[in-house]
Design a protein around this ligand. Structure first.
Ligand SMILES: NC(=O)C1=CN([C@@H]2O[C@H](COP(=O)(O)OP(=O)(O)OC[C@H]3O[C@@H](n4cnc5c(N)ncnc54)[C@H](O)[C@@H]3O)[C@@H](O)[C@H]2O)[C@@H](O)CC1
Ligand SMILES: [K+]
Length: 460
């Protein structure tokens, strides 16, 4: 997972300290950061006139380095600062900038705006006059770049602490921070790139990377590829969507255990009526079931509760979604399951947990000993052992009925194939996002399923 670690502000400071302890001078690290940022900004700005806004800390120091290096390349650069530099490295970077420094309040706009006001040291929202000035200058610029982070976002939670303009490019220094991946902060940046500055990172929390998938081998057969059972409920369509997604997602065999006979859906999916507790328990008494999905379209009445109880008692690897998450108590989740809650289901199950979405998902995963996929425009996949993967940039067209059922089915399909809950959840979230990207605009959940096969083909 090299290059994908996501570090909080404290973890970033510790990683930087380790570099200093190894003998690197603090200012040398700032030069590395500024050099990497200057190179990226140089490529993106094509020599247009530029205004660099420098804050009082090390983020501002990076800004002075960028200004100096780009001026040396002939870019018409001006600098505007928010007071004097207060850190040793920042003071050194400021001293090497030989151009003039305007006051932020008086700074004239430029085509390219570089925001080096605040990074991981932001302690509160920007003062109104500073935020107002940043937004006004951004409005007049054609290209807006952020050094490390957009000024005004909370590094660890991705919250907006003051008004934040929209950025074309954000250059993350050394490692990703949660704000690069979590909403709403991630939504303020069109493109985020990571600049390597030689920092060693703990990557237990990381960006979701495209999976490496395998085609079935010569020895494959339907059961070896994985048998998925989907417990149907009151709303049969949800179970059908999930079943189709599980089948296309890689399972060798999908059984849909419905409440009533219906002949909708592909013939490849074996649908049978298992409406009574006995029939359902009998159907689930099969050791070959490698993943059992319960929740999509289940309902929330007594019958639904009874069906869920039977599913839990089957002791097969579980994927719990939708209504199952509303009926369950967090302490009753069988360890080793995968849960796929949206915000409302998450709150119903785990209550109001503190911290960022990453912190909350990790706490929930620890509490129930299971993988938790906290869904949304940013999705966090958390494992009970402290690993987490964060996905960003999912198509907003996914906000349509049935796409959650498709994701749950995909998780079940990948779980049947891999037998590894965290890996299955990561693969499923990535394939779901990629299928949505391939589906383009205005798709519905059925169309999304049609794009899973090309998404898989791209990762073989
Ligand atoms: N530590 C290092 O050596 C390195 C740091 N780097 C840069 O340094 C940044 C972190 O530097 P700092 O820790 O100095 O933090 P910042 O530069 O983000 O800002 C910290 C300063 O701003 C003040 N401040 C915080 N919130 C404020 C607000 N709302 N209004 C006014 N003042 C406020 C603080 O009191 C402090 O003086 C990173 O984001 C990155 O850009 C890079 O140069 C790589 C090396
Ligand atoms: K910044």
């Amino acid at each position: 997972m090299a290059g994908s670690a996501i570090l909080t502000a404290d973890a970033m400071r510790a990683a930087e300290q380790a570099v200093f302890d190894a003998g690197v001078e603090p200012y040398a690290l700032m030069e590395r950061a500024g050099t990497a940022a200057a190179e990226l900004i140089w490529r993106a700005s094509c020599g247009r006139d530029m205004l660099v806004l420098c804050g009082p800390g090390n983020n501002g120091g990076d800004g002075y380095v960028v200004a100096r290096l780009l001026a040396a390349r002939g870019v018409p650069v001006r600098v505007a600062a928010m007071g004097e530099s207060r850190t040793e490295s920042g003071i050194q970077a400021r001293s090497l900038w030989t151009g003039s420094v305007e006051a932020l309040a008086d700074a004239r706009p430029a085509s390219v705006l570089v925001d080096a006001l605040f990074g991981t040291g932001l302690a509160r929202g920007l003062d109104d006059d500073v935020a107002g000035r940043l937004c006004a200058l951004a409005e007049r610029a054609t290209h807006i770049h952020a050094i490390d982070l957009p000024s005004g976002v909370a590094t660890d939670s991705g919250a907006l602490l003051s008004p934040v303009p929209d950025y074309d490019l954000c250059i993350a220094l050394g490692a990703w921070k949660p704000a690069h991946w979590l909403q709403p902060a991630a939504g303020t940046v069109r493109q985020a790139v990571l600049a390597d500055i030689g920092i060693a990172c703990d990557d237990r929390v990381h960006a979701l990377m495209p999976p490496r998938l395998k085609a079935p081998g010569a020895d494959a057969h339907k059961y070896r590829r994985g048998l998925v059972a989907v417990v149907g409920g009151a709303m049969a369509g949800a179970g059908r969507l999930a079943s189709r997604a599980a089948a296309v997602g890689g399972a060798g065999y999908v059984r849909r255990l419905a409440m009533e006979a219906d002949h909708a859906g592909p013939d490849a999916i074996v649908a049978s009526v298992a409406a009574t507790p006995d029939r359902l328990a009998g159907a689930l008494d099969d050791r070959r079931i490698a993943a059992l999905l319960v929740g999509p379209g289940l309902g929330r009445d007594d019958a639904a509760r009874a069906r869920m109880g039977i599913a839990l008692a089957a002791r097969r690897p579980l994927v719990l979604d939708a209504d199952a998450l509303m009926l369950l108590d967090a302490d009753a989740v069988p360890p080793g399951s995968v849960l796929t809650p949206h915000d409302g289901e998450f709150a119903a199950l785990f209550g109001d947990l503190p911290g960022s979405k990453i912190d909350r998902a990790l706490a929930a995963a620890r509490r129930c000993g299971s993988v938790v996929v906290a869904k949304g425009a940013d999705s966090v996949i958390a494992a009970p052992d402290g690993r987490a993967a964060v996905a960003r940039g999912a198509s907003h067209w996914l906000s349509t009925a049935g796409t959650g059922d498709v994701l749950a089915g995909l998780v079940a399909g990948r779980l049947a194939v891999t037998g590894d809950p965290f890996r299955a959840a990561c693969e499923a979230v990535w394939l779901h996002g990629e299928a949505a990207r391939l589906a383009g605009a205005a798709f519905i959940a059925d169309g999304l399923i049609g794009c899973i096969a090309p998404a898989i083909a791209g990762r073989l």
